[in-house]
Ligand binder design. Structure first.
Ligand SMILES: *[C@@H]1O[C@H](CO)[C@@H](O)[C@H](O)[C@H]1NC(C)=O
Ligand SMILES: *[C@@H]1O[C@H](CO)[C@@H](O)[C@H](O)[C@H]1NC(C)=O
Ligand SMILES: *[C@@H]1O[C@H](CO)[C@@H](O)[C@H](O)[C@H]1NC(C)=O
Ligand SMILES: *[C@@H]1O[C@H](CO)[C@@H](O)[C@H](O)[C@H]1NC(C)=O
Length: 292
């Protein structure tokens, strides 16, 4: 997610005026080339930031009272919304998301702008009602680890109200790496400050057990995102292109030392997907609005 402020885009497009569409790659990423598929939708949506978002999204069932403590008080958990989509989801539990993703080939044609790739890791909280009594689900995502080289992505996320830890990722230019055993992993860490932050995801394929259908992932990843309700990011992932036809169901573990939790956590035997989709994102943040 870029959470791009239009100001940053304009600055970037000025920097790049002499050579539109040329990426400014940070030095430490010069030596690796991403395996991500290119952005094929930029010209179709010239006024939106677009790119390829590739990575692992795991659904972590946590006790509802743990979720209630982690999520700020003003936001009601719309339990009926996730129970409608997942009738067999365990009682008393809430579906938190853990993600490590790689944003690739970001472009904004109307400004002749492109942005360097970056990785990000976060714990996110879907199915929240921010208006009270509303039925629209919003997703709270207030803390991110983002590739330290990418000042624009970091400042963009801060501009939307998120706390960002500039971080190092392994692998540096891709969403995950596959070991000889078939296990894939991705991890990020940040050693600045008194408490080091990290997240690591390890998964293996799980075609025989798929508790969360891809439609559920589509639903949670397309809820408007907010850090505080001053602004919402109406970020959209497209599930109707060939990119998502490579999606694979997975099972694995998440280790994280990251807000909103104050202690290191490890969740095992959690399910989700390795998945790439195009994304579209308005270059400016907008007011949070209920759609239904
Ligand atoms: C997603 O990332 C993996 C790991 O780098 C890569 O093998 C795969 O081709 C990527 N998929 C797309 C659609 O970009
Ligand atoms: C983008 O680049 C093209 C070709 O160089 C130029 O004609 C156009 O005016 C530029 N548009 C903006 C918004 O900078
Ligand atoms: C998610 O599912 C809910 C409940 O079925 C539905 O009302 C909502 O429109 C869906 N949202 C998205 C973004 O698909
Ligand atoms: C894919 O979905 C997007 C967003 O819903 C829509 O605008 C676009 O027309 C769809 N494309 C195809 C080929 O169906």
């Amino acid at each position: 997610m870029t959470y791009t402020l239009v100001l940053h885009i304009v600055i970037l497009s000025l920097i790049q005026a002499a050579s539109p569409f040329q990426h400014i790659l940070p030095l430490s990423q010069d030596s690796c080339v991403s395996q991500d598929f290119p952005n094929q939708h930029a010209q179709q949506y010239p006024t939106l930031v677009s790119g390829n978002l590739n990575g692992t999204t795991l659904i972590v069932p946590i006790p509802l009272d743990t979720a209630r403590q982690a999520i700020p008080n003003g936001y009601r958990i719309i339990e009926e919304a996730y129970r409608t989509l997942l009738p067999t989801f365990p009682d008393g539990m809430y579906p938190m998301m853990a993600q490590i993703l790689h944003d690739h080939d970001l472009q904004l044609p109307s400004y002749n702008a492109s942005l360097p790739d970056f990785s990000r890791a976060s714990l996110e909280f879907p199915f929240l009602d921010i208006f009270g009594g509303g039925h629209t689900s919003f997703r709270w995502a207030a803390t991110f680890m983002i590739s330290a080289e990418n000042d624009i992505a970091i400042e963009g996320a801060r501009g939307y109200g998120a706390d960002v830890y500039p971080s190092t990722f392994d692998p540096p230019c891709d969403s995950y790496r596959t070991l000889l055993s078939g296990t894939t992993y991705a991890r990020g860490w940040s050693n600045n400050g008194a408490r080091s932050r990290f997240m690591a995801i390890e998964t293996v394929l799980s075609w025989e057990n798929v508790p969360y259908p891809i439609d559920f992932i589509k639903n949670v990843t397309n809820q408007p995102v907010f850090a505080n309700t001053q602004a919402c990011d109406h970020y959209m992932r497209l599930f109707n292109t060939t990119l998502s036809s490579f999606a694979e169901p997975v099972v694995g573990s998440v280790s994280a030392n990251l807000e909103p939790f104050s202690q290191p956590q490890k969740w095992s035997d959690v399910y989700g997907w390795r998945l790439a989709t195009p994304f579209l994102e308005p270059p400016v943040l907008s007011e949070c609005q209920a759609t239904a």
